[in-house]
Design a protein around this ligand. Structure first.
Ligand code: GLC
Length: 428
């Protein structure tokens, strides 16, 4: 279990957001509520488009078909993006900037809410456009909100999981050091030991933050200010740099996003792999998977016990430029409804946002790791909440990447990270 002090930055970010919203005096206008565009199309009904990253687990298509069968005059077209988080982000930005009326509903990563809401691109989900969030896990609601207003309805959550080979590792490691010791097993079997997501993109921000948080450091302190020049942050990031230097993290892992890592693990080339819950479904059902019967899942390893995951996940947002917002809202409600949430879990092993589903006997029987996942999500540490998040994440990725590759010392990488985050937040 992670000590409560790791929760402080998250809690502080929440408090800060709420304070600002109170000063702004009235939700809709703070941080850009969409202005005139947010007032238009509220009663509009008709065909819409749903934009989301690659449907790896084939969960979106069946749901869109189900919706379309029931709504012949309000059909949804699924626009599928790539599986790379940064490309999905840039595609949304370009289309919002162009005021594309056809990006009616989009899947928004938890770290994009503040940026998109502040730009005025997302319809505030209140009044006529309100979505009922009762029963949803609190961190998922916070992640869809900006300055106290909900802008994106939680659809799926995400927490990091350590996948491992049950045939080679009888008892999974609880700490990072234990895991590193077990790398001798990988060597003896001529496979790589550990990989997460280490390419220079959002996934590296996730992994570097986890390394730092899991060793008692934090990207932000309790007042929401960067706090990277600490011995704890240093030990955390050093763990990744050392493992890369000594080969416990194989060299090719520096190019991995989620899908490359999953592939390597499924091909039997890794002993341990950090990834999200969606991997469980694919690794146990894809014909080509070599780890089907030997797949172990446990908490991420930390300093003296389980580590701290970064909070991931996606929410559905209605574009202020949509002309059919009444239909868009109904579709968002459909995605968040219990029946669809169950489908996401059983079909794609995605993490539901409804708390009750983690105790649902039928679901837990099918997906026995659900209670562990719920704890991971409840204790997960959000990445910084900022309308300038692109600059913040860039500061984390670029410096973590240089440190892992040994191009900068860990100390100077952290001090540069600190400076860049400070200047990114200066205008806030
Ligand atoms: C997953 C997470 C998301 C994160 C991304 C990084 O999709 O749900 O929050 O930003 O991975 O690649």
């Amino acid at each position: 279990m992670k000590s409560p002090k790791f929760l402080l930055p998250a809690a502080a970010a929440g408090v800060l957001a709420l304070t600002l919203s109170a000063c702004g005096g009235g939700g809709g206008t703070t941080g850009g509520g969409g202005g005139g565009d947010a007032e238009q199309g509220l009663d509009g009904r008709g065909p819409i488009t749903y934009v989301q990253g690659k449907d790896n687990s084939n969960v979106v298509r069946p749901l869109v078909d189900k919706w379309n069968a029931a709504h012949p005059n309000e059909k949804v077209t699924f626009k599928e993006q790539t599986d790379a988080a940064d490309q999905q982000h840039d595609d949304l930005v370009q289309n919002y900037q162009a005021k594309n009326p056809n990006y009616d509903v989009a899947s928004v990563d938890v770290v994009w809410t503040a940026e998109f809401a502040a730009k005025g691109w997302l319809q505030p989900l209140k009044d006529k456009m309100a979505v009922d969030t009762k029963g949803m896990l609190e961190p998922t609601i916070e992640a869809g909100s900006y300055k106290g207003t909900l802008y994106a309805a939680p659809v799926s959550s995400d927490g990091g999981i350590l996948y491992y080979r049950k045939d080679l590792v009888p008892t999974p490691p609880k700490t990072w050091d234990e895991m590193m010791q077990m790398c001798s097993i990988a060597k003896a079997n001529n496979i790589g030991c550990y990989a997460g997501q280490f390419k220079k993109y959002e996934g590296l921000t996730v992994n570097a933050s986890e390394a730092i948080n899991s060793f008692g450091g934090s990207v932000l302190d309790k007042d929401g200010k960067p706090s990277l020049n600490t011995p704890e942050a240093k030990t955390g990031l050093e763990n990744l740099a050392k493992a890369y230097a000594d080969g416990n993290i194989p060299k090719e892992a520096i190019t991995y996003q989620e899908e490359e890592g999953r592939q390597a693990f499924q091909d039997g080339k890794l002993l341990f792999h950090r990834n999200w819950p969606y991997v469980y479904n694919l690794a146990t059902t894809e014909a080509s998977s070599k780890v089907k019967d030997v797949l172990g899942m446990t908490a991420l390893p930390g300093a003296d016990g389980p580590g701290a995951s970064s909070l991931g996940g996606h929410s559905a947002a209605v574009s202020v430029y949509s002309k059919n917002k009444a239909t868009a809202l109904d579709f968002v409600k459909f995605l968040t409804a219990e029946e669809q949430q169950k489908f996401f879990a059983t079909q794609g092993s995605l993490a539901p946002v409804l708390g009750s589903l983690y105790e649902d006997k039928e679901l837990v029987a099918k997906l026995p790791y659900l209670p562990v996942l719920k704890t991971s999500i409840e204790n997960a540490v959000p990445r910084p909440v900022s309308p300038f998040y692109p600059a913040v994440t860039k500061a984390i990725q670029e410096n973590a990447y240089s440190a892992i590759k040994g191009e900068k010392t860990v100390e100077s990488a952290l001090s540069d990270m600190q400076k860049s985050i400070e200047s990114a937040s200066a205008g806030q």
